[in-house]
Design a protein around this ligand. Structure first.
Ligand code: SAH
Ligand code: SF4
Ligand code: F3S
Length: 439
């Protein structure tokens, strides 16, 4: 049997696409391998959200050149967002690539592989978002307790720094029926936690008669066997009171709000085309905390956006401190050609960017630690994920607020169980505790 290996970069949407690609390859008689040297086909499912992602991927493509020299029959495909962005330029830079396939052409991969013969030609399939056939390629997962389920594809927001809308095409939602059937099947196979995926889940259902994201949450909440529901990513502008209330009412929907703010300065938010002000966001968080007092709050932040002065950066620092985030994912602004921000004046010097990032991270780490310390002595409900990476006898899981917790393995806990763990130690990124008797 021929063997394939898929290397995945980028976000959960890409992880899900890789599972769908794997399914397509299995259909044409390939089986998975984890050993590069054994593979007959290596696919890179790529990300281009920041330049650093692209550089890493180019490095990997370079490594694969050596493998192909030793095994000329090896098929090398570049799929995903970077394929869509760079198109033919990829062949120029790395002629050993056989095909380049964008996220809207996943379904073409089996045909393309069948076309590849002794004599190699470069094959390109990068339709724009009008082709939605790929949206209906089913996910083939290994059975597990967690699963990602796409609820919508594409993005219409065009934040001025972001490449995603250009490579993922226009927003389109799956039906509630299709999503629920997939999750019901997952539950029957033993899945306990689903994460609903979309670039902007709060605009789910727009332009359809499907109802909105709140309706979807309420529908998924009814599915037997599923214990926890997560979702990402929320756009603050579109987070409605209806969704806040659905999260409050639905027992299985986790008490965690990931609300990327990107900047804490109105000047920058406007330049980013985010569609909200700090005042709006502050009020949104107030309403969320009012409805869900135990909810955790996390965010994404971009440092060094064009025009970010020391003063504007200080505004972001102050805002982040005020919001008291449980965690923040912080990124250096990366110029993406083709986006409006790449053309803006006042690009920030890299040294300045890095110094600001450090300052922001230091401040946030203090915040995170302080908030985690408040958990010490409390008992939290945790879904068991299994042994931690470093130690078979230390098990790990997450709270409803998405905090990672470690505890010494007792022997009664099983993967997918909901157990009680008493928190003994708090660190910046995780908690440590002791498993409690089931009560
Ligand atoms: N649709 C999601 C996720 C987009 S990508 C959302 O809107 O939140 C994830 C994060 O990458 C973004 O939240 C943003 O913080 C960051 N990001 C996107 N483009 C970037 C760029 N050009 N430079 C640096 N960070 C970027
Ligand atoms: Fe990019 Fe903005 Fe769309 Fe998120 S909402 S994917 S940051 S354009
Ligand atoms: Fe995801 Fe990266 Fe594409 S973040 S949508 S894989 S550009």
């Amino acid at each position: 049997m021929k063997k394939y290996l898929i290397l995945t970069y980028g976000c959960q949407m890409n992880e899900n696409d890789s599972q769908r690609l794997g399914g397509l390859l299995q259909k044409i008689g390939y089986e998975e391998t984890t050993v590069m040297e054994d593979a007959d086909a290596i696919l890179l499912n790529t990300c281009c959200v920041r330049e650093s992602a692209e550089l890493k991927i180019y490095g990997k493509i370079g490594e694969i050149k050596g493998l192909k020299r030793d095994k000329p029959s090896l098929i090398v495909g570049v799929c995903g967002c970077m394929a869509q962005k760079n198109q033919k330029a990829l062949f120029k830079r790395a002629p050993h690539i056989d095909f380049v396939v964008g996220p809207n052409n996943l379904h073409d991969v089996p045909n393309i592989i069948a076309q590849i013969g002794e004599e190699r030609k470069h094959i390109l399939a990068t339709d724009d978002g009008i082709n939605t056939e790929s949206d209906h390629v089913p996910t083939v997962r290994k059975q597990g307790m967690t699963a990602w389920v796409p609820i919508m594809y594409g993005c219409n927001n065009f934040c001025t720094y972001c490449i995603v809308p250009y490579v993922r095409g226009r927003e389109r939602s799956r039906t509630i029926a299709e999503i629920c059937t997939e999750i019901e099947d997952l539950a029957l196979e033993g899945c306990r936690e689903v994460t609903l995926l979309g670039q902007n889940v709060n605009s789910y259902g727009k332009g359809t008669d499907e109802g909105d994201f709140a309706d979807l949450l309420r529908a998924v909440n009814e599915i037997k066997g599923i214990e926890r529901i997560r979702y990402m990513t929320s756009h603050p502008r579109d987070m409605s009171q209806r969704v806040i209330e659905a999260v409050r009412d639905c027992e299985k929907v986790c008490d965690h709000f990931h609300l990327p703010v990107q900047a804490g300065s109105d000047v920058l938010l406007k330049r980013m085309n985010r569609g909200y002000t700090t005042e709006y966001y502050r009020d949104l968080v107030r309403r969320i905390r009012e409805a869900n007092p135990n909810a955790t709050l996390t965010t994404d932040l971009i440092v060094g956006f064009p025009g970010e002065t020391d003063e504007l950066f200080e505004e972001t620092l102050a805002f982040v401190k005020e919001m008291r985030y449980d965690a923040a994912y912080t990124f250096l602004y990366s110029k993406r050609s083709g986006t409006p921000a790449a053309e803006m004046d006042e690009q920030v010097d890299i040294k300045v960017k890095k110094a600001r990032l450090q300052k922001l991270m230091d401040m946030q780490n203090e915040n995170s630690l302080e908030l985690n310390q408040a958990y010490v002595g409390r008992t939290v409900e945790v879904m068991v994920e299994g042994p931690s990476k470093s130690d078979e006898q230390t098990w790990t899981g997450r709270t409803t607020g998405n905090k990672i917790i470690l505890w010494p393995y007792v022997g009664t806990e099983k993967v997918g169980d909901l157990v009680n763990v008493r928190v003994d130690v708090a660190q910046t990124w995780l908690l440590k505790g002791t498993l409690q008797e089931r009560g």
